[in-house]
Design a protein around this ligand. Structure first.
Ligand code: HEC
Length: 244
């Protein structure tokens, strides 16, 4: 069968300078992807307070933890020994009422001063709860990522990752690989990128969509790794002579 010239072009046939160019790009991109993975683990990965990325982290990051405020969670958790039950109850009630400034002086402030002020007084790295606005922040229900942050990260993500996979796929297009599978690998990152970005918005609205973020991340991670590995291998380690 006479193949059109494009199909006869192989990574291993490329001149040294082009292979160096491609290799430089693939290695830099590969480190970039690894850094991105570490960053995700360090930011989103800790969202639920436990190391490692889980579905809960993704829910907390995009949807927020709407079951209550940080103040309430701490008063029922680590800060439980700091005040008697009725004091904690009043503080939790205040947080649930939306932390109104009206109740601050004369009611909440004296409680905080008496029970929390010994540590949360601005003398350490702990939040200074003697200031109303700081305590109000801790009392706010966590609504997750804001729409403005989502819009910004969505367009940056779509442009930049799209660009990266255009090049990775563009190089991999010259690899010797079963054509059907090759096409699947080249298209997967774009579908996953779209699904990933969409999933942030869906998760913000319905936390049940967090699994979509997880699956799409795994998809472009895998497709990217295979394409980079195969391309590098074929550029440098396959026989250049004797190929069809
Ligand atoms: C004996 C010192 C001490 C007292 C008293 C104390 N805390 Fe804390 N608080 C800490 C320490 C230490 C941390 C950080 C460790 C942690 O997150 O578990 C903390 C963390 C918190 C946090 C989380 C802050 C953040 O942004 O991560 C909240 C909310 C909180 N405390 C509320 C309170 C409230 C309300 C009171 C009073 C009822 C109180 N604490 C009394 C020592 C104290």
């Amino acid at each position: 069968m006479i193949r059109p010239p494009f199909d006869r072009l192989r990574l291993s046939h490329l001149p040294l300078r082009v292979r160096l160019l491609f290799t430089g790009f693939l290695l830099v991109t590969c480190s970039g992807l690894l850094m991105a993975a570490v960053q995700i683990l360090l930011t989103h990965g800790m969202a639920d307070g436990k190391p490692g990325l889980s579905i809960e982290d993704i829910k907390y990051s995009y949807h927020g933890n709407r079951s209550g405020s940080k103040l309430e969670a701490m008063l029922k958790g680590a800060m439980k020994p700091m005040a008697a039950d009725d004091v904690r109850f009043q503080l939790i009630q205040w947080a649930r009422d939306g932390a109104p400034a009206l109740d601050w002086s004369g009611h909440i402030e004296p409680l905080v001063q008496a029970h929390c002020g010994a540590c949360h007084n601005g003398q350490s790295s702990l939040p200074n709860f003697l200031k109303l606005d700081v305590l109000q922040q801790a009392a706010a229900v966590d609504q997750g990522e804001s729409y403005s942050v989502l819009t910004r990260s969505s367009h940056i993500h779509l442009f930049s990752i799209g660009f990266i996979f255009m090049f990775i796929g563009g190089i991999f297009a010259f690899a010797k690989f079963p054509h059907g599978l090759q096409s699947v690998l080249m298209v997967t990152p774009f579908l996953a990128l779209f699904a990933d970005t969409l999933s942030w918005w869906l998760t913000k609205l319905w936390p049940g969509f967090a699994w979509l973020t997880m699956i799409s991340g795994v998809c472009y991670g895998l497709a990217g790794t295979i394409m980079i590995a195969v391309s590098l291998w074929q550029m440098w380690f396959t026989d250049r002579v004797g190929e069809e």
